[in-house]
Ligand binder design. Sequence first.
Ligand code: 9MJ
Length: 676
Amino acid sequence: MAAPAESRKRIESLRDEIRYHNHRYHTLDDIEIPDAEYDRLMRELQDLEREYPELVTPDSPTQRVGGEPSDALQTVEHRLPMLSLDNVFSEDELHEFHRRVAEKLEFEDGAQDLQYAAEPKLDGAAISLLYQDGVLVRAATRGDGTTGEDITHNARTIESIPLRLLGDGYPNMLEVRGEVFMPLAGFEAYNKKARAGGEKTFVNPRNAAAGSLRQLDPKLTAERPLDMYVYSVGLVEGGELPGRHSEIIEQLRSWGLKTCPERRVVTGVEGCLGYYESIGKKRGELGYDIDGVVYKVDSLAMQRELGFVARAPRWAVAHKFPAQEELTVVVGVEFQVGRTGALTPVARLEPVFVGGVTVSNATLHNIDELHRKDVRIGDTVIVRRAGDVIPEVVSVVKRRRPKKTRRVHLPERCPVCDSHVTREEGEAVARCTGGLYCKAQRAEALKHFVSRRAMDIEGLGAKLIEQFVEEDRIKNPAEIYELTNEELAERERMGEKSAENLINSIEASKSTSLARFLFALGIREVGEATAQSLAAYFGNLPAITRASVDDLVKVPDVGPVVARRIRDFFDEEHNLDVIRQLQDLGVHWQDTDPMQVAEDGPFTGKTFVITGTLPGMTRDEAKALIQKEGGKVTGSVSKKTSYLLAGEKAGSKLSKAQQLEVEILDLDALLALLQH
Ligand code: 9MJ
């Protein structure tokens, strides 16, 4: 029966698609789809070709295994082919593999005692290193297994590849094989730098390793943080190696070649599974990517007996971890508000099985990342879930972008509390301005509100606050003042005595100062010192809540950014509400006279820095005094500093002032200046 037109069409389109991805992978070093997806395309094509053998053509991607050498590098023939490994994805498949091994070796008892050398399956780029009389004479990529590329110039730049073997006893001709990989720390650092410099980043460490090895200019390879472990031997002439795989690897190690420290010899399938599990647990701490483990029959005599099928040995198998990267579709993007008000875009996904679990949300980190990756609703994306790390959107498969997608914009208002969202110039993070009012930020804001230097409510600890917020019992700080003794005493783990203590301490906090109260409100950038300056300058709260940005910047120590924050805070009606409620519930303080800042006082136009311990005056008092006379007080000494007011135990600021030849005053000298 002739193949249906539909299947013919599908075969053609699969071939086109696979060729396209082959080119991206092997030539451009710029992959677009995860391995799992590539494997699926290949498998679908293989299945169709098996069904309709008359449609197999010699140029079908199924007829060629592995990479196409690029034109730019010299090709190398591997005298012994570089093998690939068969995969198993489950316990059952592993049992099946073991059963075949036992059968071929004619074990009668099920081969429970058969020893396997077990090692992590490194996710990098395979390399062949040829040592002649102990000297590295050639390095090559795997290529398609038969023909690779000469990358000797690049291999020489990798520190863990010895240019000469140590010790003696090595064969005259020794080909070792292993994996070049980029450790995760190096990968992250490299990408961070590339991003900052506007250069191309690597999608994953494997691609980074493969791309780095195939550079034409070894200087570029040398800049990449690469490492290598050896895991097998190829050609051996003029010498003998031990009779077990595990012993050979030890031998290679003694000659100065780097080997993976996680290697073990295990017994039977049980041993293999135990190893799989223990490496799976350690995976996140290894510092390099692995995509499974490899079991190799340890005895070389048995390996020889088992031989090969096609391009893979019968004596080894890779037991793969579930794929960490998968494709899925973005069905929406929502913004989550963190405890500090930071807005994080989160992609809602069509559920996909990745990294061993079903994932339906993935982080986009921040709005800049979202735009950099150009993620739109409707896009097909690569999702990555590595270990226990939260799943993330890695990239968009632009080729699969439908005609109609929706772009994502930063919301103007907080999705939790509807307050305005702000974003500072040059900052990646956008924030909700809701503060206390925003449920997402409530617990943090309340902890700050009750803290010792703010309202100083003892006994209202972090745990209790979190419970109250969780239960919606406290929605704003005013509600703290509505807690009753009975209600508290009924709570678990809270005795009558501590309930009473807490009530007393809430009561005591009602009598406070304007500075403490302002600080307690948790306005961004308004720390204790700024709160004090504001309180001293304006003397009362209504004056502050009404002050324009222009008024606010007149306050010593308040710059335009801080002024803007203060204005934004008091522009939110709900913030004023909470303040009113607090005052209605009895929170009060003593107003003071607004500061009379001398327009042309003795210190007008002068900038002071205060350091050390002053005799009989706190630094805050000295600061108020200077400000009252028209001076400005800043935190660090610079060329613009007019005077350093130095008390006892003055440290680095004093030496800085001396170095910059800034005039140094003690308290008496300062007071003397005011006499004139
Ligand atoms: C990796 N990728 O870590 C082999 N491999 O052995 C290990 N690869 C291998 N062994 C024979 N550990 C062919 C490939």
